[in-house]
Design a binder for this molecule. Structure first.
Ligand code: SAM
Length: 213
């Protein structure tokens, strides 16, 4: 199977055609080998237009949703970004190709271990992983130039707002367990500015400031 061809086709047919236009995002999608981030039995499906199971009842998101959320962070290239919900590690790998440092938290140890092994193997040295409850953020390395939450949240956590810099964005799917709205919140000197981007469906964000486990 020619994965490079499938990847380029995915970029044109699923991303460019739907309005993803940030060149840095498109380049990252052309480079990251998505088929390495899915279980072997799904290798051949890795570039299809939908989420896939990654084990432990979790999913790797649809490529378009990963691209849209990344584009919503409005990245310049020099940022330090926090991701909540490492899962397969694919979103973190995309970010690592664009920004300076990526911090990522996963609550399921097995998924974190698999992602960590992949980062080492593929040389994604600017991704820093931790196992824990991401609803509390990662205070040690704050403030961040952006936070991206890749699981469905019942609310916008105060902690996330506290842990981003002025001028930075929080990208978060918020709503019920069954359906959410992708929301971008910008922190400015003059206050917080939220915009709703589109409807979406993520697995739940479980934890102290998320849904009950
Ligand atoms: N970003 C991932 C990727 O690229 O594969 C996909 C994330 S998957 C849709 C959501 C992930 O969030 C799951 O792996 C889940 O275990 C994790 N998660 C849920 N609640 C969490 C929490 N409180 N802290 C950290 N991770 C959490």
């Amino acid at each position: 199977m020619d994965f490079t061809e499938l990847r380029n086709k995915m970029v044109e047919e699923q991303l460019v055609s739907r309005g993803i236009c940030d060149d840095k995002v498109l380049q990252a999608f052309r480079a990251v080998e998505r088929h390495l981030f899915v279980p072997p039995e799904y290798n051949g499906n890795a570039y299809e237009d939908h989420p896939l199971p990654i084990g432990e009842g979790q999913t790797i998101s649809q490529p378009y949703m990963v691209a849209l959320m990344t584009q919503c962070l409005n990245l310049g290239g020099n940022e330090k970004i926090l991701e909540i919900g490492t899962g397969s590690g694919y979103q973190a790998a995309i970010l690592s190709r664009i920004v300076k440092e990526v911090y990522s938290i996963e609550r399921i140890p097995l998924l974190a271990q698999k992602a960590e092994r992949l980062f080492v193997r593929l040389g994604y040295n600017n991704v820093h992983l931790k196992v824990g409850d991401g609803t509390l953020g990662w205070g040690e390395h704050a403030p961040y130039d952006g936070i991206i939450v890749t699981a469905a949240s019942p609310k916008i956590q105060k902690t996330y707002i506290e842990q981003i810099k002025c001028g930075a964005r929080l990208v978060i799917p918020r709503g019920t367990m069954l359906s959410q709205v992708l929301t971008v919140l910008e922190k400015r000197e003059t206050g917080l500015y939220a915009s709703d981007i589109c409807g979406c469906t993520f697995v739940p964000l479980l934890g102290k400031e998320g849904w009950k486990e």
